[in-house]
Design a protein around this ligand. Structure first.
Ligand code: PHE
Length: 455
């Protein structure tokens, strides 16, 4: 069914900012710096770039070309490519919907911490504050505890913004939001990095970050982390890039957009890592603690270690805290909008219903589910679902996409489509990647993951 009401980007730069907005998210600001550090510092860049070249960039090209050729959300594009595979289009779109229900949760923490940064009201034991006072984690996943009202409030704000922007449509909402937030985010990050690397002790952090530990390159887990990060960070296998490129005018240089997206995203994470480690170096030196201890994992970095660092900096720390949590909020918001769009556009394409109505219903349901995470048991659910999606779903979808589009729908069709409208022509190498290299690597990763899980 052709729905002329699908919407279109107002400009190519609007599209680029929107995809960069999706790609640059919470994963770039706290996940990547930690991964880089714990997986061998500078040595991690080797698996990371190989992952980018053998799976990241080929799949970005694939998703762009696919969505643009078939001009539909993920399920509609698959249905048009080959009726039998519509289900494969729904899988990533539904995954996007599942992710947004907990992604909004982390965003809500960031909004709350943005508020706390004004008065640095996180106390001196930032660890106890985060887990006991703020999250108030209950004793088991079956014990919901009470509703955490500040988190609930944050989620409400985030969903309201998501609803509003999405309701306004592709160019009137999503594009406008990204045009403002992404350049602002970039400026904020540059300020954080410049100040971060000029703090006393910053070099200690940077040295740690960049001193390569080559033994790690032999560790298969490091390679899995590299592929996982590239997938998550580029928002691959979520139906997002397919959907976003379907909103491009018929004649657009798709190929160069793919390279711009990949480099902007990696550049941003690299920048974030430098800023983060400059700040950690300062923390380690001024407190006389080994950097290994401050570079703690995942959520702890943003919500435990950073607040502590900001408290040490006095009034400068207030400004720093505000900027840091603002960057998390901006980066996360533009990603959550893209998660919502991957699902709503699929429903709009399928039902032919008006955008406004679909957006409203999806947001109400999504919000209702998100609220469950704002209870004391929230973190348990978040961990379980996140682990499942990150370890299996994303890689499986990426693998199936490469096989189904490369072999059955026809990688050659996609390549000749994008080459006919792009200045830079993608060579035969791309088809070899998509048909052989990417599937082979993803299969190995998947098997290794399953074997590790069973062990
Ligand atoms: N790419 C985003 C990040 O790095 C996360 C994300 C994943 C957003 C999947 C949308 C879809 O945080």
């Amino acid at each position: 069914m052709e729905n002329n009401d699908r919407g279109q980007w107002g400009s190519k730069i609007g599209f680029i900012l929107a995809v960069v907005g999706s790609a640059v998210g919470l994963g770039n600001i706290w996940r990547y710096p930690y991964l880089l550090y714990s997986n061998g510092g500078g040595a991690f860049l080797v698996p990371y770039f190989i992952a980018l070249l053998t799976a990241g960039i080929p799949l970005v090209l694939l998703e762009y070309g696919f969505g643009h050729k078939y001009r539909g959300s993920s399920p509609l594009s698959f249905a048009r490519g080959n009726r039998k595979f519509e289900w494969l289009g729904w899988w990533p779109s539904i995954t996007s919907f599942i992710i947004i229900t907990y992604y909004t949760q982390i965003l809500s923490w960031a909004i709350n911490y943005l508020y706390f940064s004004f008065g640095q009201t996180w106390g001196s034991d930032t660890n106890a504050f985060f887990f006991n006072d703020f999250l108030q984690i209950s004793s088991s996943p079956f014990d919901f505890g009470g509703m955490r009202w500040p988190i609930f409030l944050g989620i409400t704000v985030i969903w309201a913004i998501n609803w509003f922007v999405s309701y306004k449509g592709v160019s009137g909402g999503i594009e406008k939001l990204n045009k403002v937030l992404i350049p602002t985010l970039f400026v904020i990050m540059v300020i954080i990095v410049i100040r971060g690397v000029t703090l006393p002790g910053a070099s200690v952090g940077l040295n740690k970050l960049f001193t390569p530990d080559w033994s790690k390159v032999k560790d298969p887990n490091v390679w899995m982390d590299a592929y996982g990060q590239v997938f998550f960070s580029l928002s691959l296998a979520m139906g997002i890039l397919v959907t976003y490129s379907s909103y491009l005018p018929k004649k657009t240089d798709i190929n160069n957009s793919a390279f711009i997206t990949a480099f902007a995203n990696s550049g941003f994470e690299f920048l974030a890592a430098i800023g983060v480690f400059g700040i950690l170096g300062f923390m380690a030196t001024s407190q006389n603690i080994p950097i290994e201890e401050v570079a703690s994992q995942g959520i702890g970095l943003a919500f435990v270690v950073f607040p502590k660092v900001f408290s040490l900096m006095g009034s400068l720390g207030v400004v720093f805290g505000i900027l840091f949590f603002l960057s998390l909020v901006f980066a996360g918001l533009t990603s959550s909008i893209s998660l919502l769009e991957a699902f709503t556009s699929a429903v709009i394409d399928k039902s032919g219903a008006k955008r406004g109505k679909v957006v409203t219903i999806v947001c109400i349901v999504g919000y209702a589910i998100s609220v469950l995470y704002a209870t004391g048991a929230g973190l348990y659910f978040l961990d379980i679902i996140d682990a499942f999606i990150n370890s299996f779903s994303i890689v499986t979808v990426g693998l199936l996409e490469a096989v189904v589009i490369g072999w059955i729908i026809g990688g050659d069709k996609i390549r000749s489509h994008t080459n006919s409208i792009s200045i830079y022509r993608v060579g035969k190498w791309w088809e070899i990647m998509i048909k052989f290299v990417t599937p082979a690597i993803l299969t190995i990763i998947l098997i290794t993951k399953i074997v590790n899980e069973i062990k």
